[in-house]
Design a protein. Structure first.
Lengths: 211, 64
């Protein structure tokens, strides 16, 4: 049976403290890319009761995604933004979700991301990562941006880190493990990096700005 | 000397584009901060690195 909104909120406050929960619940976070990073970030933030998630990905769920991304075999062929919305609604029925099936470009980024307090870069292509990072830092200096680079391969879990590069720009990952070279991308290492990103989001919302 | 990604390099007087040209960085995969500020891509050709600058080139790798 679905809990009431009051019961759900009470449970969150019990676990996170009333002050933190108030900050989480009133925040909007945009997640750009809903693959191994983005789908895992979204689940962590939905569980934390972040008030609104803007979910952006142009792609559909593919069978090759299931080894690390938070989709189900029954969702193959669905738009990722809508499949993820469906999954998040089962976990956190009272958060607000704005799904978009499109590519983030220089032209549409500002409108898409305007409402977000924090933006997560969760793309897989390095050119797309750099494009979004430059765009947000140059054109939207008031936003917090948490990007990721380096989570491929079978390297140690302990090399995944969060660094604060600029006042409002954080970078998670080991900085060097590239999928093309490492030849693999495994769920736990990608989830670690996603967890770093999601945790940094919550820390920023809780006004803890150091990694 | 200019500190780039923690290393002191003798590149003062060069523009950012000139510095990048002597490296293996892929220009479409990077973001650059200099002295705590983002360097807009459009200014790579005009910004001249100065003695004492602190620069970080963030070079993104694939996977996500």
């Amino acid at each position: 049976m679905m809990p009431t909104k009051e019961a759900w909120m009470q449970a969150l406050e019990q676990r996170h403290g009333k002050d933190n929960q108030c900050k989480f619940s009133s925040a909007t976070v945009a997640i750009c890319g809903l693959g191994g990073l983005g789908s895992n970030i979204a689940i962590a933030l939905a569980r934390a009761g972040v008030g609104k998630l803007i979910l952006i990905d142009f792609d559909k769920v593919d069978i090759t995604n299931l080894h690390r991304q938070q989709y189900k075999a029954t969702q193959i062929g669905m738009n990722k933004s809508e499949a993820l919305q469906e999954n998040l609604m089962e976990i956190a029925p009272y958060i607000s979700i704005e799904p978009h099936t499109l590519c983030v470009t220089q032209e549409n980024a500002k409108g898409l991301l305007e409402e977000a307090d924090v933006i997560c870069e969760a793309f897989d292509q390095p050119e797309a990562k750099a494009m979004l990072t430059n765009l947000v830092l140059e054109k939207m200096p008031e936003k917090y941006l948490i990007a990721a680079s380096g989570m491929a391969g079978m390297g140690s879990a302990n090399t995944i880190k969060t660094r604060r590069i600029l006042k409002r720009f954080y970078l998670c990952g080991d900085g060097e493990s590239e999928v093309a070279e490492a030849g693999s991308l495994v769920a736990p290492r990608v989830m670690l990096c996603a967890a770093h990103q999601a945790h940094m989001v919550l820390r920023i919302l809780a006004e803890e700005l150091e990694p | 000397m200019v500190k780039i990604n923690g290393q002191e390099l003798p590149v003062a007087g060069k523009t950012i584009s000139e510095y990048l040209a002597q490296t293996t960085y892929h220009p479409q995969r990077i973001a650059i901060e200099r002295n705590g500020e983002i360097v807009p891509k459009a200014e790579y050709e005009s910004i001249v690195l100065e003695d004492g600058d602190s620069v970080e080139v963030v070079s993104f790798v694939g996977g996500g």
